[in-house]
Design a protein around this ligand. Sequence first.
Ligand SMILES: *[C@@H]1O[C@H](CO)[C@@H](O)[C@H](O)[C@H]1NC(C)=O
Ligand SMILES: *[C@@H]1O[C@H](CO)[C@@H](O)[C@H](O)[C@H]1NC(C)=O
Ligand SMILES: *[C@@H]1O[C@H](CO)[C@@H](O)[C@H](O)[C@H]1NC(C)=O
Ligand SMILES: CC(=O)N[C@H]1CO[C@H](CO)[C@@H](O)[C@@H]1O
Length: 383
Amino acid sequence: MEIKLCSLIALLGFLTIANAQTVFDITKCGATPNSDITAILTKTWTDACASPTGATIVIPAGTYKCGVVEFKGPCKGPITFQVDGTLQAPTSPDGDSWITFCSFENLAVTGTGTFDGMGSAIYGKQKSKAVVTSRYHKTNWSFNFITNGHMEGVTSKDSKEFHVNVLGCKNLTISKFTVCAPADSPNTDGIHLGRSNGVQILDTKIGTGDDCISVGDGMEQLTVERVTCGPGHGISIGSLGQYAGEMPVKGIFVRNCTLVNTQNGVRIKSWPDQEANDVSDIHFEDIVLDNVDNPIIVDQMYCPSNLCKSKGASKVTISNVSFKNIRGTCKLPEAITMTCSSAHPCTNVEMCDIDIKCTTGPAKAVCTNVKPVITGIMNPPGC
Ligand SMILES: *[C@@H]1O[C@H](CO)[C@@H](O)[C@H](O)[C@H]1NC(C)=O
Ligand SMILES: *[C@@H]1O[C@H](CO)[C@@H](O)[C@H](O)[C@H]1NC(C)=O
Ligand SMILES: *[C@@H]1O[C@H](CO)[C@@H](O)[C@H](O)[C@H]1NC(C)=O
Ligand SMILES: CC(=O)N[C@H]1CO[C@H](CO)[C@@H](O)[C@@H]1O
């Protein structure tokens, strides 16, 4: 095996662990705290990715400045990033994504470190709601086309826009992850997912300025469990039906989640009268609400800033949706709003044991073009 400069320097600290992965500690590859490690990290990646037995890249405690990096495969073996330090993004926007993991198999990101998007420098300055004018969101951290991945323990802070974007992944687990950004930071969705199959988000805490978790087109088999959201805009499927060529969303399971002081609780939204899509097999279960503005929403007339072309019926079908054991407090009277499409009423919707009380007066439920099957407690009544 050719020994690369960095691992040669690292020779004294060179470790061989149980699965024989080569360890690249970036501080042994020339990185020092408070310096810019972009070039070193990029070079280390090339070596790590070429390591036939796989590699672990260690970013020890300390703060490092890091520019745009793309960790692109395919690689010869599994790759682990052990991040215990803080990586700081450049303050000025430059490119569409800060850190991208792309096109390889067997990724692990672990540690107690922080990815600091340094967004506070631009909050209030950028155009808010770019989400509706651009199909592809700028992201500070992307997982693109990763198969068999796992991220645990790290924190994403003050991203300039979306914290994490998951696209084209298969079998990815995100656990014990933390997202934090101020409540008024625009467009800073916690985790956005699309065109992926088999993603689990577990035991995670997301406080941010936009959606906690947002699910885009082509997402299949997503499990969200024991996630706490707040502040932010809650857990959302969609918006869908805005662009031609969208793929269906199916198999979304949100369980044992808590929403605190969020604008929405659980939501499905589609644009009126634009493109067709199908949303099915969506289940929200064991959800606790604490002072949530709008706890349950299906909005098929989603038209932010009046950007929709027409206010006609949505072409998106919504079927096989359940809301079970959803309880807690709401802030606005509209505890439940379901505005389904007049052209494609929502079908096979179940509601079971819903108990929501508003802190500001009697809660109400408004349901159009949907006849849910109701069992157990139903508070507020009306659907
Ligand atoms: C899913 O990915 C994990 C690694 O994160 C791996 O251990 C597991 O075997 C994968 N599952 C399948 C079905 O490939
Ligand atoms: C989910 O919540 C339910 C009801 O509160 C509880 O019985 C169950 O043990 C929880 N399950 C998990 C996996 O946390
Ligand atoms: C909806 O659920 C029913 C069974 O309850 C099933 O037969 C049907 O295929 C499901 N439809 C979709 C689109 O998932
Ligand atoms: C390096 C960096 O900051 N990358 C991106 C983080 O996200 C914003 C968009 O919100 C991009 O403009 C940045 O380039």
